[in-house]
Design a protein around this ligand. Structure first.
Ligand code: ADP
Ligand code: MG
Length: 453
């Protein structure tokens, strides 16, 4: 026992690890885009430590890709700083390579040449470069396809090329931005297992793996809880609008990881609860005060999806735990939360902590004949200030209707999410026949179901 402890203490590798700086670090990072500025990330503090696999988990649009770009030095922060191996990063991080969701292969280059892009600009002899390319192609199981072109490859194979190209740089840190989300579930699962092996190898003794020599850490970006729990040592949970770190969780699930392990399932459940707690279901009520009253921020979801959720609730006794509702609808959690928020704004559902219930209006919607459903939806929609505001604008525009772009400009001035809110609102309003418009000329007119007065 004593000797084992001494062994650990005097292991030079251990010592050097403990004094190593994070490979990448964001301190009080702010990122805003455009003018007027839209805040995408606020006060983000994260670090990627040597030897770890870190997951950044958050709903779509919360700023994960933006955070990744900032960490790699691909975009200039609006505030705070980025450190690379302990010093302030100027330009692009030299030790990082990225695997993209969209594969980002050059169609006119063969597999070999695409992977070869990874060693571009490195100070290698031709011989070493060639060997490294071959090793990386073997590592991802593409030997035999060296001379194939991207269009001849399946999605999974394309992503293997993306991974091989990233590894060919011999990065300290391999970053993967939702690398499996463009693949079918089976391919995604296979590739995820292979990346798991890669992360484990990066974690363990470096001697064993030739091609990934030097690889210390992996950063994986995902919106899937299970993926984070499967791959990562630590999980950074982000919340949206603006993107902030909600919490960082040490993933204690033992290796080898199995989805149906009780420890695995309990970690998934724990993350689930944390995400739901952190997501303030009243968040969409926080709107900017205007002379016209408060114009609500609407989530980007469709009316049929909202009705779908009300129907699932109805089929389960009109009230469900958010977690069960998520399982039942098979929606990504972030998306489900948007749907629930939308249902709540329309007063079709009600939330109390994690419980979601159908309201009286929701019940009458489901009970109505399909032709009457539009009337129920129209009257629910007209409870929204933002709907009333749009109707007023359209009414004032005379018989020819209102110009969509003008409306958007006017709404964006009153509310920071004006563009996406208008997008949702117009689609909902057309669904309920409150407004009508033709995409061709972008003119919006009042529909048949508007109740004046
Ligand atoms: P995620 O990767 O979590 O889905 P992103 O980082 O891609 O989110 O985007 C976060 C938000 O920032 C989105 O609302 C997106 O529209 C916005 N955004 C990202 N890049 C830019 C940019 N270059 N200019 C303006 N807005 C941007
Ligand atoms: Mg992204």
């Amino acid at each position: 026992m004593v000797s084992a402890q001494l062994g650990t203490t005097f292991n030079p590798e251990y010592l050097s690890m403990s004094i190593d700086h994070p490979i990448c670090e964001a301190r009080a990072l702010d990122v805003s885009f455009g003018s007027p500025a839209v805040e995408v990330l606020r006060g983000v503090d994260i670090e990627v430590r040597p030897g770890e696999t870190l997951a950044i988990l958050g709903p779509s649009g919360c700023g994960k890709s933006t955070l990744l770009r900032a960490l790699c030095g691909l975009l200039q922060p609006s505030g705070g700083e980025i450190l690379a191996n302990g010093t302030r990063l100027e330009g692009v991080h030299p030790g990082v390579s990225i695997v993209f969701q969209s594969f980002a292969l050059l169609p006119w280059l063969s597999v070999q040449d695409n992977v070869g892009l990874g060693v571009n600009g490195l100070d290698l002899t031709d011989e070493v470069a060639r060997r490294r390319i071959t090793e990386c192609i073997e590592l991802v199981g593409l030997d035999g396809f060296e001379h194939a072109f991207p269009k001849e490859l399946s999605g999974g194979m394309k992503q293997r090329v993306g991974i091989a190209r990233a590894l060919a740089r011999s990065p300290q840190l391999l970053c993967m931005d939702e690398p499996f989300s463009a693949l079918d579930v089976f391919t995604a699962e296979t590739l995820r297992s292979e990346v798991y092996r890669l992360c484990r190898e990066a974690d363990e003794d470096l001697d064993e793996s030739r091609a990934i020599e030097g690889l210390r850490s992996v950063l994986i970006i995902t919106h899937i809880i299970e993926e984070a729990v499967f791959l990562a040592d630590r999980i950074v949970v982000m919340s949206a609008r603006p993107g902030e770190v909600q919490c960082v969780i040490d993933n204690t699930v033992p290796h080898p990881r199995e989805y149906h392990d009780p420890a695995f399932e309990s970690m998934v459940r724990r993350l689930h609860t944390r995400i739901v707690e952190g997501e303030d279901l009243d968040e969409f009520d926080q709107v900017v005060g205007t002379a016209d009253g408060r114009l609500e921020v609407l989530p980007e979801v469709t009316m049929s999806e909202i009705i779908g959720v009300v129907e699932v609730l109805h089929d389960h006794g009109n009230s469900m735990d958010l977690f069960d509702l998520d399982e039942e609808t098979e929606e990504e959690l972030g998306r489900l939360l948007s749907l629930v928020k939308a249902g709540e704004l329309l007063d079709l559902v009600d939330t109390d902590g994690n419980r979601v219930s159908v309201t009286a209006a929701g019940t009458s919607l489901l009970g109505a004949e399909s032709s009457d459903r539009k009337d129920v939806l129209a009257s629910q929609l007209q409870r929204l200030n933002v709907m009333q505001w749009v109707i007023e604008q359209v009414s004032q525009s005379g018989e020819d209707g209102a110009d969509r772009e003008d409306l958007e400009v006017a709404l964006v001035r009153r509310q920071p999410h004006g563009a996406s809110t208008l997008h949702s609102l117009l689609a909902w309003a057309r669904f309920a026949e409150v407004l009508s418009w033709t995409a061709e000329d972008g003119t919006i007119t009042l529909g048949g179901a508007v109740y004046r007065g």
